[in-house]
Design a protein around this ligand. Sequence first.
Ligand code: FMN
Length: 193
Amino acid sequence: MFETFDDIRADIAARLGQAAADRKSPLHTLVVATADADARVMVLRAFDADAWTLRFHTDVRSPKCHVIGAGSPVGVLGYDRDAKVQLRLRGRGRIETDTPLVQQAWEESNNYARRCYLGDGPGALSDAPTSGLPDWAEGIQPTDEQVMPARENFAILLVELDSLDWFHLAHDGHVRAQFVRDGSSWAARWVAP
Ligand SMILES: Cc1cc2nc3c(=O)[nH]c(=O)nc-3n(C[C@H](O)[C@H](O)[C@H](O)COP(=O)(O)O)c2cc1C
């Protein structure tokens, strides 16, 4: 089934494309690790298979955005339990706030999703348990006008992948392959699991 490097790289691309489109995919939520040894779950919003680039949505005020900035290393981890495939991906992260792609992502979001960016920034301290949202925004879908101030907090994280580690669990022997970007192509090798 997975006999060649081309098969495996195609499997990784197909899995990421499917994961972005399907909320039920086990890879729809991925663990995103930053250079400060922190990691968090994020929703995979898009995968550009030509550029091997992942897109996530986030709040520009969150600590990870300060760490990632315009080109810091990012690790991405996911496990597809049914397929028994682990993906360990690495690349350069980039936070964007005012490019056409950010505007497009914002326009494609609904007002429930936009509402998340209305409140206090992630990590802001509170004296009591809080959603961080202003009281008036709790439990409602705000109007276009009401969510307008949230736009300035909305950002995208792009991760341009430059190394892929594919691990397939199997009773008759696990298999693991690694790929490193080499210009416009990928160098591939088998490694012990
Ligand atoms: C299932 C799930 C999905 C999440 N999706 C996102 C996401 O798409 N973007 C995001 O910024 N945070 C997301 N979060 C919250 C992050 O895990 C994290 O707590 C938050 O972004 C805090 O920012 P920091 O990692 O910069 O401290 C998600 C959390 C969970 C549990």
